[in-house]
Design a protein around this ligand. Structure first.
Ligand SMILES: C[C@](O)(CO)[C@H](O)COP(=O)(O)OP(=O)(O)OC[C@H]1O[C@@H](n2ccc(N)nc2=O)[C@H](O)[C@@H]1O
Ligand SMILES: Nc1ncnc2c1ncn2[C@@H]1O[C@H](COP(=O)(O)OP(=O)(O)OP(=O)(O)O)[C@@H](O)[C@H]1O
Length: 267
């Protein structure tokens, strides 16, 4: 069986406190975007993992698909499988690509082997693999809080807008990004701020990672400025970077960014 893990962008990201477990409390809005990996699982004689497309750093046994397999196998009978992941979602981009593979892998296993897991049960498994992973079980826009793994629904539909995403040739590690931020409590929750008209987001909604990441990687700041100059109503780095998205009323001309960056249009 096969499915297509999607990416997310963060609309706003406030890091509000450091937690005793070393993680941070945050609030953000996750919004799904149409950049996909391809994930295939077939029953086999032994567990194996093949990857194609973008190179994935790290050991195969640390790939979130393999970790998800062992996690579920601990509680359920699972035969050996052959996994193929075609990687297209940029890595170190703040797009949650690895987390998406984890969430979609859990769904694929549930479906392939008729495990009968509810969405809540799958989210509980996903939470054990990474803070972002649970979002990808349902992949609908949500207000997220806690470690980024607790959700409340939001009414947010950007389908009448044009979203473009720019990936500079820079990768940012999530752990590095968190180290650069001083947590600060919020005055007004993002949950209310996303209800504002989109043209006003620019004055109210921020990503707390930008300050330190832009200092260390000024080319990312440049991409954000270029998106505003091209007519974006709102532009922001996604998550811990390095990708930057712009929300436009209509398709902009972003050809000038293509020489130095990877540009995803109409996501
Ligand atoms: C930056 C975001 O993408 C925003 O949505 C997420 O917070 C990152 O989520 P993720 O990649 O699933 O994160 P994990 O794999 O669980 O954690 C990676 C590292 O990020 C830091 N981390 C992550 C989430 C969080 N709420 N607080 C943290 O401090 C920790 O140092 C952790 O070791
Ligand atoms: N299936 C996977 N795809 C990509 N990376 C994976 C996968 N499984 C594990 N990883 C590891 O996760 C790292 C990418 O993590 P990183 O936190 O930089 O992701 P990101 O794309 O910025 O997403 P996020 O929005 O979650 O921060 C890779 O360097 C790799 O070692």
């Amino acid at each position: 069986m096969i499915n297509f893990p999607i990416a997310k962008i963060n609309i706003g990201l406030n890091i509000t406190a450091r937690r005793p477990d070393g993680y941070h409390n945050l609030e953000t809005v996750f919004y799904p975007v149409k950049i996909n990996d391809v994930l295939e699982v077939i029953q086999s004689d032994e567990l194996s993992f093949q990857a194609s497309g973008l190179g994935i750093p790290g050991r195969v046994e640390d790939n979130l698909c393999i970790k998800a397999y062992h996690l579920i196998k601990h509680d359920h009978h699972l035969p050996p499988i052959s996994i193929h992941l075609h990687k297209h979602i940029p890595i170190g981009a703040g797009l949650g690509g690895g987390s998406a593979d984890a969430g979609y892998f859990i769904k694929l296993i549930n479906q392939t082997f008729n495990l009968g897991l509810s969405a809540d049960a799958m989210m509980d498994y996903a939470r054990l693999l990474g803070a972002d992973c649970a979002f990808f079980i349902q992949s609908t826009p949500v207000f997220a809080f806690g470690k980024g793994d607790q959700f409340e629904p939001v009414t947010l539909n950007l389908s009448n807008y044009y979203i473009a995403l720019v990936m500079p040739p820079t990768h940012v590690s999530t752990a590095e990004a968190y180290r650069g931020v001083k947590p600060t409590p919020v005055k007004q929750s993002l949950k209310q701020l996303v209800e504002l008209p989109l043209a006003e987001w620019r004055n109210h909604i921020k990503n707390d990672f930008e300050e330190s990441i832009f200092t260390n990687h000024p080319e990312i700041r440049g991409v954000k400025a270029a998106l505003y100059q091209s007519g974006a109503l709102y532009a922001s780095m996604s998550g811990s970077g390095a990708s930057v998205f712009g929300i436009f009323e209509k398709k902009p001309d972003l050809d000038f960014l293509k020489e130095d960056n990877q540009v995803f249009e109409g996501v």
